[in-house]
Design a protein around this ligand. Sequence first.
Ligand SMILES: [Zn+2]
Length: 450
Amino acid sequence: MGNIRIFDTKAGQVVDFKPLRPGRFTMYYCGPTVYNYVHLGNLRPVIVFDILTRLFKAEGYQTKVVSNYTDIDDKIINEALEEKKTEREISSFYIDAYQDSLAKLNLLPLFYRPKASEVIEKMEGFIGVLLDKGYAYKAGDDVYFRTSRIADYGSMSHTIIENNQAGKRIEVNDLKESPYDFALWKKTADQGIKFDSPFGRGRPGWHTECVVMIKSVFGQPMVDVHGGGFDLKFPHHENERAQSIGYDGTPLASYWMHVGFLTAAGGVKMSKSLGNVVLAKDCLSRYSGNALRLFFCQSHYRAPIAYSDEAMEKAEADGRRYVSTLQKLEYRAEWLNTDLNGAKPDAEVLSKALGFLADDLNVANALTVLERQVRVALTILRQLRPRPEDLRTSYATLAGLYDFLGIKFDHVALSVDGREEMEEFEKAHSEHRFDASDELRADLIKKGIL
Ligand SMILES: [Zn+2]
């Protein structure tokens, strides 16, 4: 297992990764609130954390990754009222829509995708413990978390916490002891779903579900990495961490990783009011999953990335070129009766690419390695009958590199016609019938065989 370095938001720098348990990698990242179609920015962490998981797998770790669905939320209730449907209908419709998008991304399967509605009782128990320990208090009909009990509250997200002095209130709420305190349970009289709890009939706040899921699904109080988009650092992740410290004294995650924003062209914020939001489903109906992956790979995961059709077209073309190069190796190997099964990659090349990925996911440098191997493959393919070992090594190396980044490729097989055309081409070429061989070459190139 090589050394893996990642940027930890709390440390504020790139640090050496040390697993909680040797050889195991556990990660949780926050999933969508399922009240509408997710916008494309929501898929960036999904792809980044998939590549991170692939890195840990390649380094020999056993991986366990979980992400949730927030299926209880005011936004869902409002959407249900508007569409005259039940909340359940709304959330399951948008969960399906989200999964349709994910299915196009060639993602490693997650260990589990819990829903908030599955852990209501666990949340009640959790909040009860926080109340018993004095980390939470009842205010009116609601239960709040007492942030003043957490000595380093704000330290993970580097948020400066101002003392709540009289006259300097950030937010007016007479019931809260501090403006930073947040609701763990809210009593509601609205038309939305409500649950009976020891603290009254109502709903849990948003910040509790992930903490409870982590502690129950992983069978341990914390994970190695907790991730999400930049926007989740504060208050969401800071509040998750605070609750975990209150509950069992652990900070919930060894490392906190946050993924940069997707912006519109020119770095303009995507927003509903500007009408420039790109929905995941719309992007994926125009472009392939490979294209989206490679688009996100064009920028370091912590930096913002600007969406544009030009950038997507380029990513699409790159993806096609990668896949077709690999397929040409398959066609050629089949024509030459070279068995690609069990082919060994160039270990030095793979370890170089892994080394870049292990450096806080330096995907740009890994892609440089990949591009070089694509050129190597094309050079090998320039000979009509390359050495079988060259074909095999090039194939296994490319396939290995594609796997690191999750680039999907379909296997191809040479048809009888294709085989005959290759034979004819070789014959025409060797007999110096250049008009015929040029024509055949052009046709074989068009078919992606040559
Ligand atoms: Zn969360």
